[in-house]
Design a protein around this ligand. Structure first.
Ligand SMILES: *[C@@H]1O[C@H](CO)[C@@H](O)[C@H](O)[C@H]1NC(C)=O
Ligand SMILES: *[C@@H]1O[C@H](CO)[C@@H](O)[C@H](O)[C@H]1NC(C)=O
Length: 192
């Protein structure tokens, strides 16, 4: 009876210990991650609009890979991968609008076609950027991320410029632009 009681107490203690260790590890891992993400998001928000800082942190923390990041190059890589998946999603949304003819008039059709071409070019630019991030060619990373940002921005300009059409994916394009801006600005602010 006594022995059984001891065993039970020991088990209880072990369980507490395991829970404590897990909790503690989780907390410290989070703290390291947050400080790196916070540091670079803060730097990148210096000349940006106020919402960008929180957006930057939320966007990076959506990707578990950012927990393993050790420096700004790692985070540029995570941000570019995020941008690639975001762009792929937006492209799919626009393809759907196009295929289901959810647009008004021939002009919009032409503009949507142009956007799809821009997304394809943006995809290639992001893929190239990934390659150059791995060899730390900061200049080429910058050129390709800059090129990728043109996909959502030139796409929107087509609608809102002289054409005065309503873009069916304005919100998606605005978010995509910001998502690409995250690795772009990390790469620009890099100090080793
Ligand atoms: C954020 O950056 C500003 C300068 O732009 C600096 O004064 C501030 O201490 C930074 N905050 C954190 C939490 O790093
Ligand atoms: C793009 O990324 C942002 C921020 O990570 C997210 O909120 C948004 O839902 C994504 N959009 C698409 C279409 O994947």
């Amino acid at each position: 009876m006594f022995c059984f009681q001891r065993k039970k107490e020991t088990m209880k203690f072990l369980i507490y210990l395991v829970v404590f260790v897990l909790l503690f590890n989780g907390l410290t891992a989070n703290r390291v991650e947050n400080s790196l993400v916070q540091k670079y998001c803060n730097q990148s928000s210096k000349y940006a609009e106020r919402y960008f800082y929180k957006f930057c942190i939320a966007s990076l923390e959506e990707n578990a890979e950012s927990q393993k990041a050790r420096n700004s190059n790692d985070l540029t890589l995570v941000g570019t991968n995020n941008a690639l998946s975001n762009l792929t999603n937006v492209k799919r949304i626009v393809e759907k609008i196009f295929n289901e003819r959810k647009y008004k008039g021939r002009l919009s059709k032409k503009l949507l076609q142009k956007c799809l071409k821009l997304y394809s070019e943006g995809y290639d630019a992001l893929t190239s950027a990934l390659k150059y991030i791995k060899v730390r060619d900061l200049f080429k990373v910058s050129v390709h991320l800059q090129k990728a940002k043109e996909a959502p921005s030139i796409c929107e300009m087509g609608f809102n410029g002289d054409n005065k059409q309503i873009s069916p994916m304005k919100k998606e394009n605005d978010v995509l632009f910001d998502v690409i801006n995250i690795p772009y600005s990390f790469n620009m602010n890099r100090h080793g």
